[in-house]
Design a protein around this ligand. Structure first.
Ligand code: AMP
Ligand code: MG
Length: 316
């Protein structure tokens, strides 16, 4: 086993080499331009930016296991934010279109270190719109994505050339495929195949209820199927975002928590607020490091972040 000192030596070499590389300089420039474009785009669309939440008694339960440290403080238990889904729903009481560049902490299992797309600390551009349908926010994303690709090709021409990246600007509307059709066509583990098979982004829609969390809304016309979606990048880069319409009525949320065999007690604050009245909404969250990786055409997500948190590793 490697000693702490050996690791420290190697870690400093690892970080020193990466941080002083030309690619890291370019990745950070892409990051800056992308965040600036996205923030301006949403500002022009009358979105209000809300500050991030890092600690809370409630956070996204996710649909896959993670290691979940709890912080005890002032006699209360706080979790680290895995996503701001519930805070987004609550913030819609203040403004009808909101977004946040939200740091998320998800201590993913170590096997995900090799996926090339998982970190245990990353940032989502997370947004939510009151009274919107899934189709409304898909349309918004298409305009934003097409605009961003044009912006990068216009302003980062030299950087993309340096990376040898031919970044295509797709045409909206993007293609759509239902989860069940994707499964029938490519098998149960279809994300990579679907992504490799397409040279433009593709929407994955109508995800079955047990494949997602309790807060995505069930389609009243197709019980067991959710009004939600993922956007899949082309060329094998995989999932870009997840989103959908949300459950907002107290009784529906309780029913969905029960169906997931989760504990309603864990969500008592959310449920009390829901009984006062939440609003219908739709939204999504885009992973920023995955976006930078896609724009740059990097094999691994680590190359898109200066201080990447790789599952299972000691990271600075
Ligand atoms: P989710 O709602 O869980 O799909 O998360 C929203 C988006 O955040 C995903 O579509 C990814 O782009 C990004 N994301 C989720 N988990 C991670 C992770 N562990 N590392 C990096 N990005 C992630
Ligand atoms: Mg997802």
């Amino acid at each position: 086993m490697i000693t702490i000192n050996e690791f420290t030596e190697k870690a400093s070499e690892y970080y020193y080499t990466r941080l002083s590389s030309k690619n890291m300089g370019i990745a950070l420039k892409v990051h800056t331009y992308a965040r600036r474009y996205l923030g301006n785009f949403l500002f022009e669309e009358n979105f209000i930016e809300i500050p991030p939440v890092i600690l809370s008694p409630i956070t996204d339960p996710l649909n896959h296991p993670t290691l979940d440290p709890v912080l005890s403080c002032y006699g209360h238990q706080y979790q680290l934010t895995k996503s701001m889904i519930f805070h987004k729903q609550l913030a819609l009481l203040a403004n009808s279109k909101i977004f946040c560049f939200s740091p998320n902490l998800r201590f993913e299992c170590e096997e995900k270190a090799d996926s090339g797309r998982h970190l245990f600390e990353f940032t989502q551009l997370d947004l939510e719109v009151k009274d919107a349908t899934r189709e409304d926010v898909m349309g918004l994303m298409e305009r934003m994505h097409v605009g961003l690709m044009q912006y990068c090709n216009e302003h980062l021409q030299n950087e993309l050339k340096e990376l040898g990246r031919n970044l295509k600007t797709p045409r909206a509307p993007f293609k759509k495929i239902s989860y069940l059709d994707a499964e029938a066509q490519y098998g149960s583990d279809f994300e990579d195949a679907l992504s490799i098979d397409n040279d433009e982004p593709i929407w994955l829609i109508d995800i079955p209820l047990d494949a997602r969390e309790f807060y995505d809304k069930e389609d009243p016309e197709q019980p067991g199927i959710l009004l939600d979606m993922d956007l899949i990048y082309p060329e094998g880069f995989g999932e870009a975002l997840s989103g959908g319409e949300r459950e907002y009525s107290h009784d529906r949320i309780v029913d969905r928590i029960n169906k997931k065999k989760q504990d309603v007690e864990d969500y008592s604050i959310l449920l009390e607020m829901a009984s006062r009245g939440l609003v219908p909404s739709a939204g999504f969250g885009i992973g920023i490091e995955r976006l930078v990786r896609y724009i740059c055409g990097f094999k691994r997500i680590e190359d898109a972040a200066p201080f990447p948190k790789v599952p299972g590793r000691l990271c600075i």
